[in-house]
Design a protein around this ligand. Structure first.
Ligand SMILES: Nc1ncnc2c1ncn2[C@@H]1O[C@H](COP(=O)(O)OP(=O)(O)OP(=O)(O)O)[C@@H](O)[C@H]1O
Length: 252
């Protein structure tokens, strides 16, 4: 099966003289949820910025549905939805207006829009806030608006950076239920998170980044094997990989 996302030999960063990412390779296929994990500063957000097209690879290439950003910017950009770590909303637009704007940007047809937006407002317990200005929402509610906007157009790829920050337990559950649903309907999901127990429970495969290098990847069994402990939890395997990987025990 053709991958939805292919990252092939990505070397990148903020300055050509000091790359932050070194020769990163991975694929995500339709129907897969993949967890991107690493310590603070490992390079997760930088990887995501390259996939979004906000940064240009120094080496290597990134394809979404077979195309690079340069080859077909319209197809590339309309193939994914992104949920950033911190909500980015227009303070003077209401929740409903944000959804409408997303519907227009992704060309969601009118009937589908009505059905999807109602469903999302209900699932994320946001019906009472539909006409509230974003600037008047709580932090977690703003995050829910970002998530609802990502889910609305049903793109083939979701890129989600630390989605659980600020969400209450009901919000986390709604998000995870929706992610399982979109995955089962054939979407690909790349999710970065430090909540390893949740990542372990929900993701099919894991990418372990350490100091800008991919130190392990695969399903739980493969990551365990690469960590040298076949019975480890994801968290234990991760700890072994990032503290023992280069023999010096430092985790900076
Ligand atoms: N705007 C920037 N300019 C220069 N260097 C940056 C910039 N943003 C991040 N970096 C550096 O790139 C490296 C990777 O950072 P990145 O933000 O990708 O880490 P992360 O894995 O997302 O960490 P966290 O878990 O803390 O969010 C770090 O060394 C960081 O200092």
């Amino acid at each position: 099966m053709e991958p939805v996302l292919r990252v092939d030999g990505l070397t990148g960063g903020y300055s050509p003289r000091r790359p932050v990412l070194h020769d990163i390779h991975f694929d995500i296929k339709p129907g897969e949820m993949v967890g991107l994990i690493g310590l603070n500063g490992a390079g997760k957000s930088t990887t995501i910025k390259h996939i979004l097209g906000l940064m240009k690879p120094l080496k290597g290439e990134i394809r979404i549905r077979g195309t690079t950003l340069e080859q077909d910017p319209q197809r590339y950009r309309s193939s994914f939805a992104y949920v950033p770590e911190s909500p980015v909303l227009f303070d003077e637009m209401t929740v409903q207006e944000h959804l409408r704007l997303t519907g227009m940007a992704y060309d969601v047809d009118a009937d589908r829009f009505e059905q999807r937006s109602e469903q999302l407002l209900e699932e994320f317990h946001m019906i009472p806030k539909r006409t509230a200005f974003s600037g008047h929402l709580s932090k977690g509610m703003k995050q829910k608006v970002m998530i609802m906007n990502a889910l609305l157009p049903e793109p083939p790829l979701y890129i989600i950076d630390e989605p659980f920050l600020g969400l209450d337990p009901l919000g986390i559950r709604s998000l995870l239920e929706r992610l399982v649903e979109v995955k089962n309907s054939g979407a690909a999901i790349l999710m970065s998170s430090h909540i390893l127990a949740t990542v372990e429970m929900y993701c099919d495969r894991f990418l372990v980044l350490h100091r800008g290098k991919m130190v392990a990847q695969g399903n739980l069994e493969q990551v365990r094997e690469q960590s040298g402990d076949r019975t480890a939890s994801l968290e234990e395997a991760f700890y072994r990989l990032v503290t023992g990987g280069d023999g010096d025990g430092r985790v900076t």
